[in-house]
Design a protein around this ligand. Sequence first.
Ligand SMILES: [Zn+2]
Length: 184
Amino acid sequence: MMATTHAFAGLTLVAPIAAVVPEFGVPLAVGALLGGLAPDVDLALEHRRTFHFPVAGLAVAVPTAVLAVTRPSAETVAVAAFAGTAWLHAASDAVGGGPELDPWNNGSDRAVYDHVRGRWVRPRRWIRYDGAPEDAAVAIVLAIPPLVVFDGWLDAVVLGGTAVSIGYALVRRRLVAWTPDWLE
Ligand SMILES: [Zn+2]
């Protein structure tokens, strides 16, 4: 899935909470945005393994959520939103394709690494590859709850991200031809 799909999924996860406690809207949204993007920092390391914790991530997400509920503050709420969204990102990578640049041709049976069982989770390919038409459709649907709940600069971020998602999906398959061999 695209980075924007992950970020919007996190915002959709926290949107109902922000609707109930609007005073925590900004820490919830910032935590969710960063948590949606952070796992893919491992692109430079071992992608979908180093910072992806589809199962073990729950061991952080649940206690931080409990702490946020029992001791609500901007900090505990932001940390819980980050941990919950980073876990959701890793878990939802299992419903996409493999990590290669041209997953529509593929081969790869590695969606995301499960550190608990010590093995790769296979790609379900409900979303065939990042930037697939169905990925853009999911991103657009997941943009709606945050657009309804948040306002101001967050709406601008979501609308900008939606435009980037559509543009990326339109050129996604051509990206392979444009990528120099040494980067593949
Ligand atoms: Zn990922």
